[in-house]
Design a protein around this ligand. Structure first.
Ligand code: 2BA
Length: 110
């Protein structure tokens, strides 16, 4: 049994959750904030049997897009620069998705 933790761009969150639930996966969607850009993203918790994990990852990969994002001055903690030192045209590539797969002992529902 695995716990998949997937961080997905806000704009892709709805389609990712709908695609996962449509295929019968049980998911929990958390509204989260990226520590660098300080913008919203969605974090999915998905408990799945080992053999289902490749399909979970495939769905997430299919519906998570890559985007360029301007770096706001609030990101200066991440790069260790003061706001006045940050290039005004700085941008980063965000996503598709960041996915962690954790081995877990099991899952129980009461
Ligand atoms: P954020 O932390 O807001 O990061 C947004 C994007 O900014 C990242 O895209 C990356 O391109 C850049 N970035 C992040 N930290 C940076 C740093 N210290 N220096 C320079 N550039 C940096 P992604 O890598 O696609 O990450 C998207 C979101 O996924 C992140 O949002 C964060 O919420 C999460 N994430 C990514 N890697 C993670 C990790 N190793 N652990 C926990 N969360 C992670």
């Amino acid at each position: 049994m695995k716990l998949v933790i997937a961080i997905v761009n806000n704009e892709d969150g709805a389609v990712v959750s709908s695609a996962l639930t449509k295929e019968g996966f049980f998911i929990t969607k958390l509204i989260t904030t990226g520590g660098f850009l300080m913008t919203g993203n969605n974090t999915f918790l998905i408990g799945a049997e080992d053999e289902a994990v490749p399909r979970v990852k495939e769905i997430i990969r299919t519906y998570s897009n890559t985007r360029k994002h301007a770096v706001p001055s609030t990101a200066t903690f991440g790069v260790g620069l003061r706001p006045d030192e940050l290039p005004t045209d700085a941008e980063v590539t965000v996503g598709g998705a960041t996915v962690f797969v954790l081995s877990i002992d099991g899952m129980e529902k009461y």
